[in-house]
Design a protein around this ligand. Structure first.
Ligand code: CS2
Length: 487
């Protein structure tokens, strides 16, 4: 079986789209930190389309830690297969990724790319924890990676340290035609990224902080497309469709959305011609998306896992779980989202539930369950805060928090690895309170790193503790029965 490569593209069935521009003569204009499946299925695809308009906008992907993507894509000259797994499936070959670098191995080239005059965009998908923020969403100066980078500014390992090092060099070279675009699921992602970079720069050189503040734009964005991690079965499906072997294809649903604040300090690809929305108010989009889509996802991940389901589709196909998610949305989430010219919350929520019911996609709840200690705040706790301030109910939201707590306890008990920046602390807390879930939950609910000021909120704490008692020590069937009593 031939491998996907520029020299084998002519073997592709004609229905499969392939790069419609000259990859050899197109140069890099974008450096992307964290070129995981989401980037390759989302921003890189918009850029692929925009490349048809011309312009040097190919992407240099920089993996901050692992070299697996670089190894996988090198024999393919960084081409890869995009599988749209939906009611109307589609397959295409994406060529916008020109190069993949690994920070620790290719440090000099990474800096050269980030500082090149022709690089006008640096974008990021590094997940919530990659920003090294504290519970107030400010740069956590005590974070081990930030401490390391402050004392080793020439060899940073965090995205914040790396961006600041590149910006310092760009300031020297007077290259301010650069926009830095966060594409992670954080409210005000651009603003928070900017504040984190400024806080880091301030520690090193206040003049650099001033230069960044006045010269470089960090637009807020909302990104959306359900993109489950690639699994080994995907390689075989991609191969069947294309007739070519691809070591790391990506999959996503058909729906895709990218809203970017119209705030650039340099040129950009013609993304607007391919559906990207440029606006001065990203907040209406990002708030609705985080609180409706991502919050429901996290609710499904924790409640669905406790109820014995494996995927989003399996969980939402259960009538009790679906009824629970619908009531959570109607009673406690949608009241926090105002209707506006761009978005009718009711319709938006219905459309999202339909997307969850896509039978063609296997989106593992275990994947969404990752990093709960970082995801709870933007997805669930901010809504709790708004409801408490407006004297609205928080019961169903607290059930999600309780399900996370019981999920963590059960993972710890079963000695399953937990993917979370606080995994170690969570597991030693669970070990201290083995078989004493209320004591575990009480200690966890007092952790300011996760719950910030809510640690002192009695209604929040007591409601969550009640739900923990309800869900603890239940088998899957009993969890469903207990959820049913909450409806
Ligand atoms: C998911 C998101 O893994 C998760 O936490 O909620 O990745 C979600 O699929 C995307 O934000 C959809 O745009």
């Amino acid at each position: 079986m031939a491998t996907l490569h520029p020299s084998t593209l002519s073997h592709l069935p004609t229905a499969i789209e392939q790069p419609g521009y000259n990859r050899d003569t197109t140069e890099i204009g974008i450096v992307h930190l964290g070129p995981g499946a989401f980037h390759r299925a989302h921003q890189a695809v918009y850029t692929e389309q925009a490349l048809a308009e011309g312009g040097n906008w190919q992407i240099c992907g920089v993996s901050l830690r692992s070299d697996t993507l670089k190894q996988a894509l090198a024999p393919q000259d960084n081409l890869y297969t995009l599988m749209i797994v939906d009611r109307e499936p589609a397959v295409s070959i994406i060529g916008s990724l020109k190069e993949v670098l690994v920070l620790k191995d290719d440090r000099q080239t990474v800096m050269a790319r980030m500082c090149a005059a022709q690089t006008c965009i640096i974008s990021l998908t590094i997940t919530e924890k990659g920003y090294c923020l504290d519970s107030q969403d400010c740069l956590d100066l005590s974070h081990s990676d930030i401490q390391y980078d402050l004392s080793h500014p020439q060899t940073p390992r965090s995205a914040i340290g790396l961006l600041t090092a590149a910006l310092a060099q760009r300031m020297e070279e007077k290259r301010s035609e650069l926009t830095i675009i966060s594409c992670d699921n954080l409210p005000h992602n651009g603003e928070k990224l900017k504040a984190a970079v400024l806080a880091f720069a301030q520690q090193q050189n206040p003049a650099l902080a001033t230069w960044i503040d006045t010269q470089i734009c960090f637009p807020d964005t909302m990104v959306d497309s359900i993109t489950p991690a690639s699994h080994s079965g995907l390689e075989a499906t991609a191969q069947q469709a294309t007739g070519l072997h691809d070591s790391w294809p990506v999959q996503r649903e058909a729906f895709t959305q990218w809203v970017i604040e119209d705030n650039f300090s340099g040129p950009r690809p013609a993304w607007e011609k391919y559906g990207v929305v440029f606006t001065h108010d990203v907040q209406v989009f990002e708030k609705a998306k985080l609180r409706i889509l991502n919050a429901s996802h996290s609710a499904l991940a924790y409640i669905g896992s406790l109820a014995g389901f494996e995927t989003v589709f399996d969980a939402i196909s259960n009538t009790t779980i679906k009824a629970y998610i619908e009531q959570l949305l109607q009673q406690e989430i949608l009241p926090t989202i105002a209707e506006n010219a761009d978005l009718t919350p009711q319709h938006y929520a219905q459309a999202i539930l339909k997307r969850f019911e896509n039978p063609h996609i296997r989106h593992l709840l275990a994947q969404i369950a990752w990093d709960g200690s970082k995801k709870l705040s933007p997805r669930i706790l901010d809504t709790v805060r708004d409801n408490l301030a407006a004297s609205r109910p928080i019961d169903m939201l607290c059930t999600v928090v309780a399900a996370w707590i019981v999920f963590v306890a059960s993972q710890a008990k079963a000695k399953h690895p937990l993917t979370d920046p606080l995994a170690e602390a969570l597991y030693s807390m669970a070990a201290r309170h083995a078989n004493a879930i209320t004591a575990f939950a009480t200690e966890l609910l007092a952790d300011k790193r996760i719950f910030a000021e809510l640690v002192d909120h009695q209604i929040f704490r007591n409601t969550t503790l009640n739900k923990v008692t309800l869900l603890a020590e239940c088998d899957a069937q009993t969890v469903l029965a207990k959820i049913d009593t909450l409806l």
